[in-house]
Design a protein around this ligand. Structure first.
Ligand code: SF4
Length: 446
C-alpha cells in the first residue's frame, strides 16, 4: 500500500503525516488491518524498541466531582456506584504506589477527582510525593489533579513531581458536547501551565464518545502541536448512570486503527493504551503493544483491569519487555528538548539524555537503529486529565461486594457497520467496578 509505505518512511524519520493520511489510516479495511499494524509497528520499534513502560494509578480522591464530564463515573450526578472517598493520607498513597512499583511500574500516577486543586491540596500532594520518593527516589511521579491555577505547577515541580496529566479528550469543535463546566481552552491552558513549569506534559484523548474520524484526527494533531510527551489513548467504557451509557461503538479493529493513527502522527512520543484496553481490545491487546509503548499495570481509577500478572505475561508472550527504572522512555532528541525546557523529559533515567544509547534497541530494524536510542519520560494518569478512562457503572450486586461484573457492551460489528449488539446489553464479563486497592482494606492489583 502506497499509503503505508509513505507513513512508515515518515515515521522512521520522525515526521508527522498529513491530516489526509491520518484520516486514511482510520478508513482502512479489516483486510488491511495487519498491514497497518505492521507498518506502525516498525515506527514504534524505531523509537521505542520492544520496551513497554508500565504505569500505575493511585486514586488519591475518588468520586463526588462537581464537573460534568459526560464520560466520567465520578462526574456531577453520576449514578455509578464507584468507590467514593476523600484524600488518602500520604502513607496510604505511598503504600498503594509501592505495590505498583513492585509489580514493575516505573511511573506512579497520582490522581484526584475535582475541578482543580486548592493550595492545601498541593500541600497534600507534596507530602505524598515525599513519602513515595523516600521509599524509592527513582520512581517517576505524574500528578493529575484537574485544572491548575497560577503557580501550582511550579509548586508541584518543586515538590518532585515529574509530569502532569491533563487530557484534551476530544476535538475543540466537539468539546462542548462532552462537558459544559469547563472548556477545551481551559484544558489547553493547564497543559501549557504544566509544560511552562518544567513538568513533562501528558495529554491524550478518549475515543468512542460518538466523535467523527475528523474529530479524532483533530485532537491527535492538537496534542502533537502542544508537545505532549505522552499521549494516553482511552477507549470509552460506557457505563450506566452517565450520559454516555449507550455509546458503545468501538471494536478491537477500530481501536487498533486509532492506535496506529496516533502512532503515525506521534512517531517519537510515548503512546499509552489507557482505560478501556481490556474492555475494547479484548483478545487483541497484544497487537496493541506493537503500536503503543506504554500501558497501565493492574487496576484503573474506578474500574478493575486484568490481573497485573496477566499484563506481565502478555508483554512477555508477545515478545516485548518491561522498561526498567534505569531506562529512558523518550528518544534522545525528545528528551533533550524536554530537559532544555526544564521538564522531566528524562524519565527515571534521570537527566536529559540519561540512559539513552545512540542506537539499537533490541529488535529494531537496521534503519531504526541508525537514529538515536531511547530516553525520556512521558506518562500520564487518570480520567481527570481526561484519560484515566471512564469507569463502569456498578450494579447492585457490586455495591454489595459481590463479584461484580457490569457494564454495557457491544460487539466488534458495531464499529464496523455490522450487526450491532443491543445498546442496552450488559457485558458483565467485561467490566468491574474497582473494590480493592487504594481506598479499601483489600490488597491492590499489581
Ligand atoms: S474527568 Fe475529572 S473533572 Fe471531569 S468529572 Fe471526572 S473527575 Fe471530574
Amino acid at each position: 500500500m502506497d499509503l503505508l509505505d509513505t507513513l512508515t518512511a515518515k515515521g522512521l524519520r520522525g515526521e508527522t503525516p498529513t491530516r489526509e493520511e491520518a484520516l486514511a489510516v482510520l478508513a482502512t479495511t479489516d483486510d488491511e488491518l495487519l498491514d497497518v499494524v505492521a507498518a506502525a509497528g516498525r515506527v514504534r520499534r524505531r523509537w521505542f524498541g520492544r520496551r513497554v513502560k508500565l504505569n500505575y494509578l493511585v486514586n488519591l480522591k475518588s468520586g463526588l466531582c462537581p464537573e460534568d464530564c459526560s464520560y466520567c463515573s465520578q462526574r456531577l450526578g453520576s449514578k455509578a456506584e464507584i468507590l467514593k472517598y476523600t484524600w488518602l493520607k500520604p502513607g496510604q498513597a505511598a503504600e498503594a504506589a509501592k505495590a505498583g512499583v513492585s509489580g514493575g511500574a516505573k511511573r506512579v500516577c497520582l490522581v484526584a477527582s475535582g475541578r482543580g486543586p486548592t493550595d492545601r491540596d498541593i500541600d497534600r500532594v507534596t507530602d505524598t510525593v515525599a513519602a513515595i520518593k523516600d521509599a524509592d527516589p527513582a520512581v517517576e511521579i505524574c500528578a493529575c489533579l484537574g485544572l491548575l491555577s497560577d503557580n501550582q505547577a511550579e509548586r508541584l515541580k518543586a515538590a518532585g513531581v515529574d509530569a502532569y496529566n491533563h487530557n484534551l479528550n476530544t476535538s475543540e469543535g466537539t468539546y462542548g458536547d462532552i462537558a459544559t463546566t469547563h472548556t477545551y481552552a481551559d484544558r489547553v491552558d493547564t497543559v501549557q501551565k504544566a509544560h511552562g513549569a518544567g513538568l513533562s506534559a501528558c495529554s491524550g484523548l478518549i475515543a468512542g464518545m460518538g466523535e467523527s474520524d475528523e474529530d479524532l484526527v483533530d485532537v491527535v494533531f492538537a496534542l502533537r502541536e502542544l508537545g505532549s510527551d505522552s499521549v494516553p489513548v482511552n477507549f470509552l467504557i460506557p457505563f450506566e448512570g452517565t450520559p454516555l451509557a449507550k455509546e458503545w461503538n468501538l471494536s478491537p479493529q477500530r481501536c487498533l486503527r486509532i492506535l496506529a493513527m496516533v502512532r503515525f502522527v506521534n512517531p517519537d512520543t510515548e503512546v499509552r493504551i489507557a482505560g478501556g484496553r481490556e474492555v475494547h481490545l479484548r483478545s487483541m491487546q497484544p497487537l496493541g503493544l506493537h503500536l503503543a509503548n506504554s500501558i497501565f499495570l493492574g487496576d484503573y481509577l474506578t474500574s478493575e483491569g486484568q490481573a497485573g500478572q496477566t499484563d506481565l505475561d502478555m508483554i512477555a508472550d508477545a515478545g516485548f519487555e518491561v522498561e526498567g527504572m534505569g531506562e529512558s522512555t523518550l528518544p534522545r532528541h525528545r528528551a533533550d528538548v524536554a530537559a532544555a525546557a526544564g521538564g522531566c523529559g528524562t524519565g527515571t533515567a534521570g537527566g536529559a539524555g540519561g540512559g539513552c544509547g545512540p542506537a539499537a534497541v533490541p529488535g529494531e530494524d537496521a534503519d531504526t537503529a541508525a537514529v538515536g536510542g531511547g530516553c525520556g519520560t512521558g506518562g500520564g494518569c487518570g480520567p481527570c486529565g481526561g484519560h484515566g478512562h471512564a469507569a463502569p457503572a456498578a450494579t447492585a450486586d457490586q455495591a454489595a461486594g459481590q463479584t461484580a461484573d457490569q457494564a454495557t457492551g457491544g460487539t466488534a460489528d458495531q464499529a464496523t457497520g455490522g450487526t450491532a449488539a443491543g445498546a442496552d446489553e450488559v457485558r458483565t464479563d467485561l467490566v468491574r467496578v474497582r473494590r480493592r486497592g487504594a481506598g479499601t482494606e483489600l490488597a491492590p492489583n499489581a
